[in-house]
Each structure stands twice: as C-alpha cells, then as structure tokens.
Design a protein around this ligand. Structure first.
Ligand code: KG4
Ligand code: ZN
Length: 398
C-alpha cells in the first residue's frame, strides 16, 4: 500500500493540511497561520481561532491536494488532531475530517497533537535517509522526547516497539509552558506576538549574565505531604507521581521579569515599543529593525531570560535522558525553533556522547505533515477512529 495520508491540524492558531506517503515522504504541506489575527491581542483568542479555522480549512486541504497533484480518490486515509488543544479549534478540524472521511469512504485516524510533534522529528529523519537517527528498525532503545511549545513542556520516554511508538510521561510543567513564558515576557516588554521569534532574534545582542535568573527544583505539594497542585490538566497528567527533578515551572520567571522591569523603570519604554510594534507588521521584519526598538538594558534582560529558560530545559532533559538510559533526545514543538536552544542542546549532547535531533524550522511549529506521519503506523495496524470520535482538549499522551 502506498499509504497516502491526508493530515489535518487545527488545535491552536494554525490551520494545516498535508499529504505524507508511507510516513516518510511529504508530498504537500500547507499552513494557514492566524498570527496576524491574534497579534493585535497579544495572544490567541479562542473564539477568533475557531472562526479562522472555519474559513481556512477547505482552502488548505485544497491547497495540499493541488500541491501533491492528487484527488480525494487517491488517498488511503484521513488523519486529524483530536487533542489536546483549544476546544472550538479542535472541533473544526475534527468535524471536517469526519465528514470528509465519511463522504470519501476513507478510514479516519485520530492523532494526539503531542505525538504529532514527536513524529515531526522522525519524519525529518526518515526523509533525510537517517532512519531513526541511524538506528536499524529493530533498534528499540528508548529516546527522551522534549515537546516544548506554547501549550506544552513535556518530557516523554519514547520507544518504538514492533513498528509502533509507545510513550511514558516523565516530566512536565506544573504551570506555564516554556513558549507561554516567551510570549508573556515578550508582551511585557512591548514586543509582538508570538514572542519566541522576537526573543530569539534579540537575545544574541544582550549580555546573558546581566540578570541572574534562577530556577529551583519544583516541589509538588504531594511531596510536601499535601494535595497535588491543581492545574488545567491535573486530571489527565498525574504531576504528583512524577519525579520532581523532571518538573518545570515557568510562571516564576515571568514574575521575576515583571519585577525587574518595574524596579528599573522600563515600563514606559515597553509601552512605547508596543505601540510601535503594533503599528508595524507585528513580527521582527529584520534584525536591524528589531534592534532599533531595544536599548541595551532591555537586550540584556532578554538575553538573560533566554539563557535561564534554555538552561533549565537543558538541565532537566539531560538528567531525564540519563535516568532513563536514553541514547538520544528528540526536541520538538515551537520553542525547538530557538537557535540558542538548538546550539546548547547540540553542544551538550556532543559532550555526553548522546544524539540529539530537531525538526526542520517549518516542522517545529504546528503543521499537518507531523499528523499524517504519526498516523502511518496506525494505518498499518488498522487502528481507526470510531464514528463517534470526539475531540478532547486535555487529551494526554500515553
Ligand atoms: O508548536 P507551536 O506552533 O504551537 C503550540 O502547539 O503551542 O508553538 C508555538 C510557540 C509560541 O509560544 C512561540 O512563541 C514559540 O513556540 N516559538 C519560539 C520560537 N518560535 C516559536 N520560541 C522560542 N524561539 C523561537 N524561535
Ligand atoms: Zn503544537
């Protein structure tokens, strides 16, 4: 079977469709970004996201089919993200995929968005002929996967077994995701949305040792003898059962940046910058333009923030890899596009004799090629979604 899968993704603020053959050859990948819609609000507005998905879903599917020179009749299956994500946003992609699968008489495959991000790395490896980073298909050594995006900062033990991948949650954030911290700090400093690309662009020009941000080990209440912390996802992810060495917390650094800004009277400057950024395209058009917006102390603050966040992600990921006996680390999700993160993970892996793999920049942020790639082992196993499939905004990866 050629295994032509149409993937559809609509969990957050990108409407995407892609066609991947046999889990390893991308024939088309179309992404309709909603960034301009949400940028003026400084973050994703769920109702607007649903409305934009409704507008974009048919055109992106058409664009993917046209790019691949295929018709619906050529497809073998339809894969769709069923969670986690924004409830209304997920529902648009899922309802459309269900209707399409029914109308075309094709099987429907439900994909967890986090598994999709992990498969973005595996898809790139297969496409570049590295086949699971040089491993043979019989190699079932576990990998450590760090999914680090605007909604997640999760560590998984990922292991291939007889063609399918199995995941165990090892660590996660107890509050904000790392990407969320990037976005909130950028907003606080009057930079545009999403904040990651701005901070990535500006950080190399600041002194990363100027502001000493620190991360302490997260203590869950259960470890202190009380109840586990209540978070949005507590019902699906048992934080209190995880090793606290592998827990993240990014809400404190956002408050620390806020205090620093207030103490150093940088509020007014940030407000003026926000007005200028909003009047422009909202994204750093080029380095010079971005740099012209920020005096040196702001650049130093940005560099220090990034150094601390990347350092914390690095420390806990490598500690988890060592504890699990993983020989490679897969880093994926929007924040995996970050240059300092890539450079430091690569250098650390080199020192420790581990392998590290990232998706291409285009596959780091949300896309549908990763959804179609993750569905391939399911198509082989005939693991199809039932007709009553519904989306689950807090779907856990197990
Ligand atoms: O994976 P993604 O597109 O959507 C989610 O599933 O959340 O990730 C989006 C997140 C945003 O928080 C954005 O600021 C962050 O990824 N991001 C970055 C970079 N590019 C995107 N963070 C740091 N550096 C980047 N270059
Ligand atoms: Zn994502």
């Amino acid at each position: 079977m050629p295994g032509l899968i149409l993937g559809i993704e609509s969990s957050c603020d990108e409407t995407a469709a892609a066609i991947v053959e046999g889990g390893e050859r991308t024939l088309a990948s179309a992404v309709a970004s909603q960034i301009p819609t949400h940028a003026r609000y400084g973050g994703v507005v769920p109702e607007l996201a649903s409305r934009e998905h409704l507008r974009a879903v048919v055109p992106v599917v058409r664009a993917a089919l046209a790019e691949a020179h295929l018709n619906f009749a050529d497809l073998d299956a339809i894969a769709v993200t069923s969670g986690p994500g924004l409830a209304g946003a997920l529902l648009v992609g899922l309802s459309f995929a269900k209707a399409l699968a029914y109308a075309c008489g094709l099987p429907l495959i439900a994909v967890n968005h986090l598994e999709g991000h992990i498969h973005a790395v595996l898809l790139n490896e297969r496409e570049s002929g590295e086949r699971e980073s040089g491993a043979t298909s019989a190699d079932e050594t576990p990998s450590l996967a760090l999914v680090v995006s605007g909604g997640h900062t999760h560590l998984y033990r990922a292991r291939p077994m007889q063609g399918t991948w199995h995941y165990t949650l090892v660590g996660r954030t107890v509050d904000d995701a790392a990407g969320e911290a990037y976005d909130k700090v950028a907003k606080l400093l009057g930079l545009g949305y999403p904040g990651g690309p701005w901070i990535d662009t500006l950080a190399p020009y600041g002194n990363s040792r100027a502001v000493p941000f620190a991360f302490a080990q997260v203590k869950t209440k259960l470890h202190l003898g009380g109840k586990p912390p209540r978070t949005k996802e507590a019902k699906t992810a048992p934080i209190a059962q995880l090793n606290p060495r592998f827990l993240f917390s990014f809400s404190g650094i956002k408050t620390a940046v806020l205090r620093y800004v207030e103490l150093h009277e940088m509020r007014e400057e940030a407000r003026e910058r926000a007005i200028r950024v909003l009047a422009g395209a909202g994204r750093p058009q080029n380095r010079e333009e971005a740099l012209a917006l920020c005096p040196q102390p702001t650049l130093d603050l940005i560099a220090s923030f990034q150094r601390a966040v990347v350092g914390d992600l690095l420390k806990k990921s490598f500690a988890a890899a060592e504890a699990l006996g993983a020989t490679r680390i897969l880093v994926t999700g929007g924040v995996a596009a970050n240059r300092e993160l890539r450079a430091r993970f690569t250098a650390e892996a080199g020192k420790r004799g581990l392998r590290v793999a990232f998706p291409t920049l285009a596959l780091s942020t949300d896309n549908a090629a990763m959804v179609a790639a993750a569905a391939w082992p399911r198509l082989l196993a005939r693991d199809f979604a039932p007709p009553e499939l519904t989306s689950d905004p807090s779907l856990a990866l197990v």
